[in-house]
Design a protein around this ligand. Structure first.
Ligand SMILES: Cc1ncc(COP(=O)(O)O)c(C=O)c1O
Length: 390
C-alpha cells in the first residue's frame, strides 16, 4: 500500500511502527541468543531485554523489575482480573468495580461472578462518577475490592481521574486499583508510583511499537498469586516462556522516543486536533463532539453529525484515502452501538454516526486537509438529502 498517498488517522486502533523502532527490531533480529542463556550470545539478548525493560519502566514511572512483559493489553488485563492480583497485607479481592466505559478486555475479560461485579456510572462527558465510587466503597467496607478503571478511553479519548480514584480507595483500606492504561501510555504523562496505582496494563502497538507485545506493571508489594504462564521461570516466574525479544526491543525503543517527545508531542497533537474539531464544526454546525467538556487525550476526536451513518462515512473517507474508525476499532468490521456512548447517555441515533479520528506521530496538516475534503463531501451530500426531504 502506498502509505504516502493515504492519511492514516486511526492511531487509537494501532499506531504505525516508527522507522526508528523498525530499525531497532531489525538490529534485534541479529541477536542469536536466548536471554536465559549464560554465554555471550545469551548475555547480549538479556542486555537488550533489560534495556527495553528500563526504558518502558521510565515511561510509566515504575522500577524496571516491576515490569512483566506480555503479548499485549488484553493478556495483562485478563490476568489481573482473573482474581490473581494480591497486595501484601490485603486479603484476596472478592468484589470487582469497573467503570461503565471499560474496554472489553476488562468488561468481558474478568473472572468474577456476575453478582460480584459492580459497574460504576460515568457522567455525560464520560468521566467516572466519583460520588458513585465513594458510595459503593462505603457500602462494601468489609470486603476486599478490586477496582479497574481505564486511564483513557479508546473511543472518546476521555481521561479518567486516576489520582482521585486512588485517593478514595486509600480511605477504604482494602482496595486494589488496576488501570488499563493502554490508550494513555505514550500519549500523556502517567506514573504508576506517583499515582499510587497497584497495577497498570499497557500495549506497545498503541505507541508505535509492533503489535503483539505489552506489559503488566506492578507496584512494590503487589504480585500475582497465579502466574500468567508457568514454566522456565522467565519474567520473575510470572510469565514464563522465552520472551518476544523483537517486540520487546521495539517497545523499548518506542517507549524511549515517546518519553522524550511526550510533552511537545501532546501540545502538537492537541493543536492539530483542536484545529480539526473547529473545521469539522464549521462544516457541520450541528456536529456533536463526545467528551468535549472532559479531560481528553490530545490526539482523539470523536464526533457525530445527526443523520450521518458512520459506516457510510467511513467507506466514503476510505475511498478518499483517509482511514478513520467508527466507535471502537477493536470491534471494527461491525458497526454496533457503542456501549461507551450508551453509558454517556448518547442516543442510539446519534451514536450510530460516531466517527473517531485519532492522530499520532506521523499526522500533520496534509492529513487534516485530506480528511476535511472527504468529510466536506460526506456532510454536503447529507445536507443536500436533508434539504430535499424538507
Ligand atoms: C483501552 C484499551 N484496552 C485494551 C486494549 C487491548 O490491547 P491489545 O490490543 O494489546 O490486546 C485496547 C485495544 O484497542 C484498548 O484500546
Amino acid at each position: 500500500m502506498d502509505t504516502a498517498a493515504r492519511s492514516y488517522l486511526d492511531h487509537n486502533a494501532t499506531s504505525p511502527v516508527r522507522p526508528e523502532v523498525a530499525a531497532a527490531v531489525a538490529r534485534a533480529l541479529n541477536l542469536p541468543g536466548n536471554p536465559s542463556s549464560i554465554h555471550a550470545e545469551g548475555r547480549a539478548a538479556r542486555h537488550a531485554l533489560q534495556e527495553a525493560r528500563a526504558r518502558l519502566a521510565a515511561l510509566v514511572g515504575a522500577a524496571p523489575e516491576r515490569v512483566v512483559f506480555t503479548s499485549g493489553g488484553t493478556e495483562a488485563a485478563n490476568t489481573v482480573l482473573s482474581g490473581a492480583l494480591r497486595r501484601r497485607g490485603c486479603p484476596a479481592p472478592t468484589r470487582l468495580m469497573i467503570s461503565a466505559t471499560e474496554h472489553p478486555c476488562v468488561a468481558a475479560g474478568h473472572r468474577f461472578s456476575d453478582e460480584a461485579v459492580e459497574t460504576l456510572p460515568v457522567d455525560a462527558g464520560g468521566t467516572l462518577r466519583l460520588d458513585a465510587l465513594a458510595a459503593r466503597l462505603d457500602a462494601c467496607r468489609d470486603e476486599a475490592v478490586l477496582i479497574s478503571v481505564h486511564a483513557a478511553n479508546n473511543e472518546t479519548g476521555v481521561v479518567q481521574p486516576l489520582a482521585e480514584i486512588v485517593r478514595l480507595t486509600r480511605a477504604h483500606g482494602r482496595a486494589l486499583v488496576h488501570s488499563d492504561a493502554v490508550q494513555a501510555v505514550g500519549k500523556i504523562p502517567l506514573s504508576l508510583d506517583a499515582l499510587g496505582l497497584d497495577a497498570l496494563t499497557l500495549s506497545g502497538h498503541k505507541f508505535a511499537a509492533p503489535k503483539g507485545v505489552g506489559a503488566l506493571v506492578l507496584a512494590e508489594g503487589v504480585t500475582l498469586e497465579t502466574a500468567f504462564l508457568r514454566g522456565g521461570g522467565q519474567e520473575a516466574r510470572l510469565r514464563c516462556g522465552t520472551e518476544n525479544l523483537l517486540g520487546i526491543v521495539g517497545m523499548g525503543e518506542a517507549a524511549e522516543i515517546a518519553r522524550i517527545a511526550l510533552d511537545a508531542e501532546a501540545v502538537r497533537l492537541a493543536g492539530l486536533r483542536d484545529a480539526l474539531q473547529n473545521r469539522v464544526r464549521a462544516l457541520a454546525p450541528d456536529a456533536v463532539v463526545f467528551g468535549e467538556g472532559a479531560a481528553r487525550l490530545p490526539n482523539t476526536l470523536s464526533v457525530s453529525v445527526p443523520g450521518l451513518e458512520a459506516a457510510t462515512a467511513l467507506i466514503a473517507l476510505d475511498l478518499a484515502n483517509v482511514a478513520v474508525s467508527s466507535g471502537s476499532a477493536c470491534a471494527s468490521g461491525k458497526v454496533a452501538r457503542s456501549p461507551v456512548l450508551a453509558a454517556m447517555g448518547v442516543s442510539p441515533a446519534l451514536a450510530v454516526g460516531a466517527l473517531r479520528v485519532s492522530l499520532g506521530w506521523n499526522s500533520g496538516d496534509a492529513d487534516l486537509r485530506r480528511f476535511l475534503e472527504g468529510f466536506e463531501r460526506v456532510v454536503s451530500s447529507l445536507y443536500q438529502r436533508r434539504g430535499q426531504a424538507a
